[in-house]
Design a protein. Structure first.
Length: 315
């Protein structure tokens, strides 16, 4: 037990400033909140950010990073600072960049003289998890960020934007990144695996498996979280999850219902999230409501619509 040097508050796990050596509570742990002497050396290269490295060493041999050579500020106030600790935003950017790349590939692989007719071989090799080419290992990842149309990516973006930030704040950016990628891969592989067993395997793409994993984690950690579907209809997240899972089970088992959508991948992603949520369940510091807009059906990601090659499952 220690006392904060500023307010005297008792702390079981106090913060120690590496510059002045003081002991502080969470409210006063930042240098600017306890008048740390190190702030006076903020702009001094040998001061608060001194690494101890001899700056006189000639860096013409290539010791500087590429970003330094390009003059891009990677410091705490630079344009790339927002990416630190914000994998939700990074994944959203990657999704939309991949979508732009999809449109570019689709444009340049069109059949001359036949508008709307495309050679899908390159597209599938780059962006879809294809049961005919499961050893194209890069597609295990690229297929997560690729989508089957504007509606598809918009719905997944909404879910990841609102729910992803909460989960990332709770479990940390590194764990969130692992959850996102692993659940996305397993959902895709599970979808084509079940498809092979059923005799109707088709290529799949989309981040819905990862999005449903995020939703599953929140359902366990904060089941009473109020979600405003379409920014209007209030609904606890546990009910939203139950409705979506029920619809996915029905659509996956009923021929002709929800065709073109990878419902198995949805259920696998959701299952991964529920299991992981139980694994990390502990202190809950997520807000008790969030607004969610876009999407059809029971508010879950995915759904038919948008351009894409025939026989492609979107999830």
């Amino acid at each position: 037990m220690a006392n904060c040097d500023v307010c005297g508050r008792e702390e079981n796990m106090p913060y120690n400033c590496s510059q002045c050596g003081g002991t502080f509570c969470p409210e006063h742990r930042l240098p600017e909140n306890h008048d740390c002497p190190g702030l006076n050396q903020w702009n001094d290269p040998s001061g608060v950010f001194d690494s101890g490295f001899d700056d006189s060493v000639d860096d013409r041999g290539g010791s500087r990073s590429l970003l330094d050579r390009l003059g891009i500020d990677t410091g705490p106030g630079g344009p790339l600072a927002y990416f630190r600790g914000n994998m939700t935003f990074v994944f959203l950017v990657l999704m939309w960049l991949t979508f732009a790349a999809q449109l570019a590939v689709q444009t340049f692989t069109g059949v001359v003289g036949n508008p709307g007719i495309y050679d899908w071989s390159l597209f599938r090799a780059l962006f879809t998890l294809d049961p005919q080419n499961p050893l194209y290992l890069w597609t295990w990842v690229t297929s997560i960020f690729a989508h089957g149309g504007l509606f598809h990516i918009a719905v997944n973006s909404i879910v990841i934007y609102f729910f992803g930030r909460l989960v990332e704040d709770y479990i940390g950016s590194r764990e969130f990144a692992v959850l996102f990628i692993v659940s996305g891969i397993l959902a895709g592989l599970g979808q084509i695996g079940i498809g092979i067993l059923m005799g109707d395997a088709v290529p799949v793409l989309g981040a819905s498996g990862a999005a449903l994993a995020i939703m599953g984690v929140l359902t366990i950690l904060n089941p009473g979280l109020k979600v405003y579907v379409y920014f209007i209809l209030p609904m606890p997240i546990w009910l939203l999850t139950v409705l979506f899972a029920g619809y996915s089970v029905f659509a996956a088992s009923a021929p002709g219902v929800g065709s073109g959508v990878a419902h198995i991948a949805h259920l696998i992603g959701l299952g991964i999230g529920l299991v992981y949520g139980n694994y990390v369940k502990g202190q809950i510091r997520t807000p008790n409501q969030v607004q969610l807009g876009g999407g059809r059906g029971p508010g879950g990601p995915g759904g038919p619509g948008g351009p894409g090659g025939p026989g492609r499952g979107r999830f």
